[in-house]
Ligand binder design. Structure first.
Ligand SMILES: [Zn+2]
Length: 146
């Protein structure tokens, strides 16, 4: 007889570090959010890719983001996309726009879901302790104390 599966017995999916993304995830461990800057045309992009999405140049360098952003769109998740997050509902999944321009999908933490709104200023709050002690780059509402 097998033991029934519960949400607490399922590991949360995590990232897989590759040759391309290892510098990104190492910086995340240090609490930093990296963008890629194209040395050909100056375009900034997130997430890491082998090519500039504007001019296709492969001449890219890492650039640390300030960590300041605003909420471009969001949803409050009541039915998780993966059962491992069942214990965390409701949680906020948001598309935030960095002051540098790129948008990224992240979680908004440290606030009540009903307090979140589009255009809200948020700031980077890395969260260590995800699967295999990985660091997630989450955001929280801006306060002067953060
Ligand atoms: Zn470019």
């Amino acid at each position: 007889m097998t033991t029934p599966t519960t949400t607490t017995s399922i590991a949360k999916p995590g990232f897989v570090s590759t040759r391309l993304t290892t510098p990104y995830w190492r910086a995340a461990e240090a609490g930093k959010l990296l963008l890629q800057e194209c040395l050909e045309c100056g375009h900034l992009q997130h997430y890491p890719r082998n090519l500039c999405t504007k001019c296709w140049s492969q001449d890219l360098q890492w650039k640390e983001a300030a960590g300041d952003a605003s909420i471009w769109s969001f949803t409050v998740v009541g039915i998780p996309g993966h059962p491992a997050w069942g214990d965390e509902i409701p949680y906020i999944l948001a598309l935030v726009e960095l002051v540098e321009g790129p948008r990224l999908m992240t979680n908004i933490v440290g606030c009540a879901p009903e307090s979140v709104h589009c255009g809200q200023r948020v700031q980077l709050r890395p969260h260590r302790g995800a699967r295999d002690n990985q660091t997630l780059l989450q955001f929280t509402p801006f306060t002067r104390d953060n």
